[in-house]
Design a protein around this ligand. Structure first.
Ligand code: ADP
Ligand code: MG
Length: 238
């Protein structure tokens, strides 16, 4: 479970068209990366999938179910943002438990999920601290942990590492790859960083001005770019 299909998805804000008819079939369990320059519509596309926003036209299906009218909380997805979005007044443990308590999950189940996520992400030592007492990398691990405990159909990650320094970003990339291998859950990952896309993705979706320029494996994009834009974007990392 975790197949997501987009058919002719468009999004306009007033008179401004931001997404121009996106067709995409995201396979169950794949690590797919949306890459493209700032402002090309990556976050907007992710928000339509998440249900945080509604397409102007077009259809979104998750595992065969039409979800355009399904609220975000009922889509079975979990989002991780660049800006952690942890509750500062709650401990790490409370941050992890929060969504599950709201969903009235039994306490024992909540505790076992937190323990499992804490083990996976090696955050067991910080469970009683508050976000303000953690480093950036630790906070980002907690944000990922909060997604994991929900046991989602798919993870949606919007530039989750871009606030971290270069060294930490590289080690977190490796951790995310390992996590994906372990969970085998669909991951949709947004970044403007070509290297991040090349190292993480099973398939890359190159976006430009609200349109898909090319979809393919990192090797396909590198070896046979569909056009100059893709060649320039993938071939010349900055
Ligand atoms: P990216 O994530 O690729 O940097 P975004 O999806 O955030 O790009 O934004 C794409 C375009 O849509 C930008 O021009 C942005 O200004 C515009 N946009 C995004 N959200 C809104 C909104 N809520 N209202 C108006 N314009 C928006
Ligand atoms: Mg964005």
């Amino acid at each position: 479970m975790g197949r997501i299909t987009l058919e002719k998805v468009t999004k306009s804000f007033g008179a401004v068209k931001v997404l121009h008819g996106i067709d995409l079939d995201i396979r169950d369990g794949e690590f797919i990366v949306f890459v493209g320059p700032s402002g090309c519509g990556k976050s907007t596309l992710l928000r339509q999938i998440a249900g945080l926003d509604k397409p102007t036209s077009g259809d979104i299906h998750i595992d065969g179910k039409h979800v355009n009218d399904v609220p975000a909380a009922d889509r079975g997805l979990a989002m991780v943002f660049q800006s952690y979005a942890l509750y500062p007044h709650m401990s790490v443990r409370q941050n992890l438990a929060f969504g599950l308590e709201n969903a009235r999950m039994p306490k024992a189940e909540i505790e076992s999920r937190i323990a499992e996520a804490a083990r996976m992400l090696e955050i067991g030592e910080y469970l009683d601290r508050r976000p303000g007492q953690l480093s950036g990398g630790q906070r980002q691990r907690v944000a990922i942990g909060r997604a994991i405990v929900r046991n989602p159909t798919a993870f949606l990650l919007d530039e989750p590492l871009s606030n971290l320094d270069a060294e930490l970003r590289i080690s977190m990339r490796a951790e995310l790859s390992a996590l994906h291998k372990r969970l085998e859950t669909t991951m949709i990952y947004v970044t403007h960083d070509q290297i991040e896309a090349m190292t993480l993705a099973n398939r890359i979706v190159v976006l430009r001005k609200g349109q898909i320029e090319q979809v393919g494996t990192p090797l396909e994009l590198y070896n046979t770019p569909a056009n100059r834009f893709v060649a320039g974007f993938i071939g010349a990392p900055s």
